[in-house]
Design a protein. Structure first.
Lengths: 254, 354
């Protein structure tokens, strides 16, 4: 089985490499310095399993995974425990907190082998039985990590959209349209995902199908009965439902 | 800016009562010593004299609000008082002789009493000036006191924050992970890194008694931190520190430079892929310690290019609390190089934390 290590610190890669030597069935095909390199290597080698750091230059671990249509099995290796919730949402095999022991590492490998043997997608519930993981999720829930940017694929190009440049998000079937002043980009995610990931002080779900960046709003006009319409700086108009209006008023302090 | 005395209700009442007392006293004196013209003249004279003097005192108080002379120039205040009293004498003389002309002997009485009126006027303006100066001194003292307290509080918070947020999850665990990796392959280097990390941690913990340090000490401490980062990131991190014998002896509030370099590393090293050069330059500019920290950054991926993060904001705030100035930290973006400049005044250590 082919394995890839993606981490920006050489020593962090070398410890994984060292621990991997006891598992000859796993063949290390490449080490990558950052998310961009990782992306290329995954497309080239199609590994079954990757060891992935989260905080990396260019694009981080989560952003890299989001760009893949068929992501391999992932074991996160990171020093940040505030990302644990998001990590498990991506159906990761495991979450190794640096520094980790050989025993802990071997356990992750076992989990992976079990999961790949059963051929079923890993259910996060199966791993939350461990006390360690429970603790991890508890600390993480106290400091949810918000995204400052969204990474999208635009043809073969990768585009990084800073959160403040987003005008609004619009639901479009299985995709979400991310509207910016340079046009819109599509991302294969749900509205609920973005509602959780974006900073709630700046992004408000104004409607079932819309999330709006409140810094872009110039005014909110009444529209038909019970509903409103928000006018943005660019002149774009975004529907605001009755519940959405209440949420907007709360965030804007009206 | 200090509050003017009139913004306080109690002061306003006391001030008005004082003037009413002075007014009634003046009227009684005029009635007693005057030429026996009756109440009417005494009241008119007293009212005009007091009212004009009151009006003249307002600009005096206002001047003192914006310009309190230093101790050795207190004589200036006296000159202002003399000037105001002189003008007041002229104006009241003109007004009174115009209104009370028809009373026989009044003009003579007015001329005769000029010296006495002058001295009383000078006494009163002097009192007003004195009270105002004391008031603003007191206000300034209170403000300084508050600023000093805030400064102490903030440096404590910064220290706590550093320990909690910046070092623990991120720097500390990653360093430990590096040590873990070194133990297997290069035990000597692992040992060295444990030493460096301990020295660095100890340095952060004991920084409480001595609040100002020389640049040499701060750079030594910084060196430990940079060495650890160099082990973590291999040859990717290069540093260039330029400081001469003179600047080495200059002083700065402790833990001030380090957050700036951390910020530089965060954007320069964690967020770029190639080799990263962090350049720290110290120079002496008219008895100010000038520190320049340069780092490359990736304009494409660094979202907070306007910015800062906790590091620079806290430095800016600390500089304000220490020196009462907002212009001591400047950042520049130039051709993918981010520059942070801080200026630390040397002679002025009035607000030095104990």
């Amino acid at each position: 089985m082919k394995v890839l290590i993606i981490d920006d610190e050489p020593l962090a890669r070398s410890i994984v490499k060292e621990y991997l030597q006891k598992h000859p069935q796993l063949e290390l095909v490449q080490e990558c310095n950052n998310g961009m390199e990782g992306l290329k290597a995954i497309q080239e080698y199609k590994p079954e399993l990757i060891f992935l750091d989260i905080q990396m230059p260019k694009i981080n671990g989560f952003e890299m995974l989001e760009l893949l249509d068929h992501p391999p099995a992932v074991i996160f290796t990171t020093a940040f425990d505030e990302y644990a919730i998001r990590a498990f949402e991506t159906h990761a095999i495991d979450y190794l907190l640096k520094p980790f022991s050989r025993e802990r590492f071997d356990k992750s490998i076992q989990k992976y082998i079990l999961a790949s043997g059963s051929r079923s997608e890993m259910d996060p519930k199966n791993i939350t039985t461990e006390k360690e993981t429970m603790d991890l999720l508890e600390t993480a829930s106290k400091s949810p990590a918000q995204s400052q940017r969204i990474v999208v694929k635009n043809g073969s190009q990768i585009k990084i959209i800073p959160a403040q440049d987003i005008l609004f998000l619009e639901a479009a079937d299985d995709y979400v349209k991310i509207h910016t002043k340079d046009g819109y980009f599509l991302k294969n995610k749900t509205m609920n995902h973005f509602e959780q990931v974006l900073d709630p002080a700046h992004f408000v779900r104004s409607h079932r199908s819309y999330i709006i960046n409140i810094q872009q709003i110039t005014r909110i006009d009444p529209y038909e009965k019970d509903s409103h319409i928000a006018v943005l700086r660019t002149g774009a108009k975004v529907p605001v439902s009755r519940n959405g209006y209440a949420r907007l008023r709360q965030v804007l302090g009206l | 800016m200090a509050r003017p005395p009139f913004s306080i209700n109690r002061f306003r009442i006391i001030f008005i009562i004082c003037w009413l007392v002075i007014l009634s006293e003046t009227i009684f004196m005029l009635k007693w010593y005057g030429g026996g013209w009756g109440w009417q003249v005494a009241v008119i004279d007293g009212l005009i004299s007091c009212l004009v003097l009151f009006i003249f005192c307002l600009p005096l108080m206002n001047i003192l609000r914006y310009h309190t002379p230093r101790q050795k120039y207190y004589f200036n205040i006296f000159i202002w008082c003399v000037f105001i009293t002189g003008v007041w004498l002229l104006v009241t003389h003109w007004l009174l002789s115009l209104i009370l002309e028809q009373y026989a002997g009044y003009i003579f009485f007015l001329d005769q009493s000029q010296i006495l009126r002058g001295s009383i006027g000078l006494l009163l303006t002097g009192c007003v000036a004195l009270v105002t100066v004391i008031w603003y001194h007191w206000e300034e003292q209170k403000e300084n006191e508050k600023r000093k307290q805030d400064a102490v509080q903030l440096s404590k918070e910064a220290e706590l924050f550093k320990l909690r947020q910046q070092m623990q999850p991120h720097f500390l665990f990653n360093s430990l992970n590096s040590i873990n990796a070194l133990i297997g392959t290069q035990p000597e280097n692992a040992r060295k890194m444990v030493q460096q990390l301990s020295d660095f941690l100890r340095g952060t913990l004991k920084k409480e008694e001595t609040q100002w340090v020389t640049l040499r000490e701060e750079l030594q401490y910084l060196g430990l931190y940079l060495d650890i980062e160099k082990v973590r990131f291999g040859n990717r991190l290069k540093t260039l520190i330029e400081s001469d014998a003179l600047t080495n002896q200059m002083k700065l509030p402790n833990l001030l430079l380090q957050p700036i370099v951390e910020n530089a590393i965060k954007f320069g090293l964690y967020d770029t892929t190639g080799e990263t050069l962090i350049r720290i330059q110290a120079s002496d500019e008219e008895n100010n310690l000038l520190l320049k920290v340069e780092n490359p950054f990736d304009p494409e991926t660094s979202v907070s290019s306007q910015g800062t993060g906790f590091g620079l904001k806290s430095v800016q705030r600390r500089l304000y609390l220490l020196f009462g100035r907002n212009d001591l930290l400047v950042t520049e973006v130039n051709n993918n190089v981010f520059t942070t400049l801080i200026k630390i005044p040397q002679a002025e250590k009035i607000n030095e934390m104990k």
